[in-house]
Design a protein around this ligand. Structure first.
Ligand SMILES: [Zn+2]
Length: 441
């Protein structure tokens, strides 16, 4: 049995159903995803498997040494637990994703500590339990993590502290999605610094949508969890008019028909389940555009199973689409912002504080195919108060908090009821409770 170390998943699960055990025991990571050190070492050998015995803490160095070779699990007590778990756990994988982490100036500032260092753990303080217990957690990292040398800034050309990435790993995210219109806000250096940060600090993090080499861009990301092979593809419609340098045409993955069709064909051949994360749509529009609909149709026709969109900075509906052969695909057109601190004012600004956490169960059927079981969305609200920016599950948000949310100074229409109405009008029966999410439906 090939096992991937996913020990960081353990920390958020105290007192919860120990479904995490099966993740730890059976999670498996295939090489060729993203740009981690192990991924780079595996470039060109996609069938190679990075695997580590046992799920208790394994030294980082051992993990990297294991790249490219299959390691048998040690016959330990942990192994015995593994077998018990295999018999009792169903073959489902819970995937969650949150929308745009949009690091405006005020949020950058809020992370500054008295000693001059930065910390952004507060961004995930109220959501980390849901993030940490999912088998696979994705975050749309809208802005690059280019480091201080490139000067931090918010709108319009963003560059964020790498400590945002530290907080994301701590919260339990497994995949950082970087194909965004802000990917080139600090040109090649921004992307290269971002990749260097992830590779050197968190080689297990899957980093999608940006690349350090043409070879790296050739790979598609396939993660195997509990035996289910999940391909994840991430593209952006553009980069705000900033072109890739002529000598580095591989930096960002663009949403272009040829590239998308070729990747989907590979994903369909090599994986059980294909997810596309498009950075698309029109900012602040609450409905999908004709272009989003066109792309969704193309994804459906080519066998994609799940689409989770980012970029509009407000939420958009979700729907099931079905082709003439009965193949079904679920689309979340936009999850909105996970966190932001826009300086915009006027009616509609409050919409940018409402987001969603997609929660999708992938199930292996008796015939071996993998399809979506339960799926829904957990509404979120961003809270601004006295230099603090954080995000709550909407269900946990209170009238007291809403009364002091500083967004009211920019949009007087903000209220808990208005947020609830927006979520309800947009998602209706797709909304699931926090309890349903914790219980895996
Ligand atoms: Zn965007």
């Amino acid at each position: 049995m090939r096992i991937n170390r996913k020990d960081r998943k353990n920390k958020n699960c105290a007192g919860r159903t120990p479904k995490v055990l099966s993740v730890l025991a059976f999670g498996l990571l295939l090489g060729g995803c993203g740009t981690g050190a192990a991924g780079a070492a595996l470039a060109g050998q996609q069938a190679s498997v990075q695997s580590v015995a046992g799920w208790e803490t394994i030294p980082e160095a051992e993990s990297e040494e294991a790249a490219g070779s299959v390691v048998q699990p040690a016959a330990t007590e942990t192994g015995a637990e593994t077998e018990t778990s295999e018999e009792t756990e169903d073959l489902s994988v819970e995937l969650i994703m949150v929308g745009d982490v949009l690091m405006h100036d005020r949020i950058i500032e809020a992370g500054k500590q008295a000693d001059g260092t930065y910390s952004y753990d507060f961004l995930f303080e109220h959501t980390a339990d849901l993030i940490g217990e999912a088998d696979l957690a994705l975050v749309n990292q809208e802005t690059i993590l280019g480091g201080e040398a490139l000067r931090y800034s918010g709108y319009p050309a963003f560059n964020s502290p790498t400590e945002v990435g530290d907080a994301e790993v701590k919260a339990g995210f497994d995949v950082a999605l970087h194909a965004t219109n802000h990917a080139l806000d600090r040109k090649a250096a921004g992307i290269e610094n971002t990749l260097l940060f992830w590779e050197s600090t968190y080689p297990d993090m899957e980093v999608l949508g940006i690349h350090e080499s043409a070879e790296d861009q050739q790979e598609i990301c396939i993660l195997e969890i509990k035996g289910i092979r999940i391909a994840i593809l991430n593209y952006t419609y553009g980069t705000n008019g900033i072109a890739m340098p002529a000598d580095k045409p591989y930096l960002v993955d663009y949403l272009t028909t040829d590239r998308v069709l070729s990747d989907i064909a590979r994903a369909e051949a090599e994986a059980d389940f294909t997810v596309v994360i498009p950075h698309w749509g029109i900012e602040y529009k609450l409905e999908p555009s004709a272009d989003q609909k066109k792309w969704a149709k193309l994804f459906l026709e080519n066998g994609v199973d799940l689409v989770i969109g980012a970029h509009p900075h407000v939420i958009e509906p979700m729907e099931w689409l079905e082709d003439e052969n009965g193949h079904r695909m679920l689309v979340y057109y936009s999850l909105g912002n996970y966190v932001n601190a826009t300086s915009g004012t006027g009616s509609g600004v409050m919409n940018r504080l409402v987001g969603g956490m997609a929660d999708v169960e992938l199930v292996r059927k008796d015939d071996g195919t993998v399809e979506i079981g339960n799926a829904g969305v957990i509404p979120l609200i961003t809270h601004w108060e006295q230099g603090l920016y954080t995000t709550y599950v909407m269900e946990d948000y209170t009238e007291e908090l809403a009364a002091v949310n500083a967004v009211r100074k920019q949009d007087a229409s903000f209220s808990l009821n208005a947020c609830r109405k927006l979520a309800q009008d947009t998602w209706g029966d797709f909304i699931i409770s926090e309890e349903e999410a914790h219980e895996g439906f």
